[in-house]
Design a protein around this ligand. Structure first.
Ligand SMILES: C[S@@+](CC[C@H](N)C(=O)[O-])C[C@H]1O[C@@H](n2cnc3c(N)ncnc32)[C@H](O)[C@@H]1O
Length: 285
């Protein structure tokens, strides 16, 4: 399959859609980041305060898993305008963010504007998660003999199964070399979309209008489908966590009281999955 960055550009405004709800959380830097986006980018996309519990939950659940695995080299794919990289780099992690060119350029600019002390171990790279050569660029930042944690939130849902397979194979190659894990909130099966539509009427319709890439047919049927699809590439599913595991940690819910039964259902249906290369690991690609 020919991979062209232009085919993914329309996804970039969704990084503003997911940045906005983080202003209703206690995640550091997020208000400053959103203020910067508001004054420097076209933020004329539909924005949803009620997305805050979902976005905060996935952020915090992924962080909890990163802390548990304690792997000090991180590659975040499609990192968008999220502050995680800055925070983990300040803790001493070697952190690489990969996103499309316009988003990474904005990200570098906004970081310089909101943070005076950007650590050298935070690397914002322009690239495409489907391109092997962009994964090779990332290798320059990692020690060859140390594990890597690959993470992503909000990329695979927009990709066809053929495209998901290409990204997964790039990650497989990296983890086969380094060891480590892939932590992602992007494998939530179809039924979640119904919960999201109930809680946030119009959200999916608007995302589809922005991207023309928000297709229900590109969703996994259920967790068995996830296991089969990634098993075929050579991954093993290590852990599955529901977003509601971190409910008590969510500022949007517990302090700002942004919650109702429908948002509760989102937190029950959405998952974060941890994968690793199968230990029996015959190199399948
Ligand atoms: C929904 S946003 C999520 C951003 C961020 N992870 C967050 O949670 O705020 C999707 C992101 O995927 C990026 N993206 C889309 N296609 C990509 C690709 N092929 N390679 C790398 N990043 C891509 C977009 O530029 C955008 O930043």
């Amino acid at each position: 399959m020919e991979i062209n960055d232009n085919d993914y550009k329309e996804l970039s405004p969704t990084a503003i859609v997911t940045s906005y709800p983080r202003i209703f959380t206690d995640i550091p830097y997020e208000k400053n980041i959103y203020n910067w986006l508001e004054s420097h980018c076209n933020t004329e996309v539909s924005l949803y305060k009620n997305l805050a519990p979902e976005i905060e939950a996935r952020y915090k659940l992924i962080n909890n898993l990163l802390d548990k695995y304690n792997i000090k080299q991180i590659l975040e794919l499609a990192a968008g305008y999220c502050s995680r990289g800055l925070i983990y780099a300040k803790k001493g992690y070697m952190y690489v963010e990969l996103d499309l060119e316009n988003v990474s350029n904005n990200k570098k600019e906004l970081l310089h504007s909101i943070a005076l002390d950007i650590p050298n171990n935070l690397n914002i790279i322009s690239g495409n998660a489907l391109k092997k050569e962009d994964f090779e660029k990332v290798e320059n930042y990692f020690h060859a003999d140390e594990e890597v944690a690959v993470i992503n939130e909000g990329l695979l849902r927009y990709l066809t199964f053929e495209e998901k397979r290409i990204v997964a194979k790039n990650i497989y190659k990296m983890l086969s070399k380094h060891g480590g894990v892939w932590i992602t909130s992007d494998l939530t099966p179809k039924k979640f979309i119904k919960s999201q539509n109930d809680a946030l009427p119009d959200f999916n319709k608007n995302v589809s209008n922005i991207t023309s890439r928000n297709n229900l047919n590109d969703r996994f049927e259920d967790i068995n489908h996830v296991k089969e699809f990634f098993g075929d590439i050579g991954f093993e599913v290590l852990e599955i966590h529901k977003f509601n595991e971190v409910k008590d940690e969510l500022y949007s819910i517990n302090t700002l009281k942004i919650i109702d039964d429908k948002m509760e259902k989102i937190l029950e249906d959405a998952i974060v999955v941890v994968l690793k290369v199968e230990t029996e690991g015959k190199y399948k690609i």
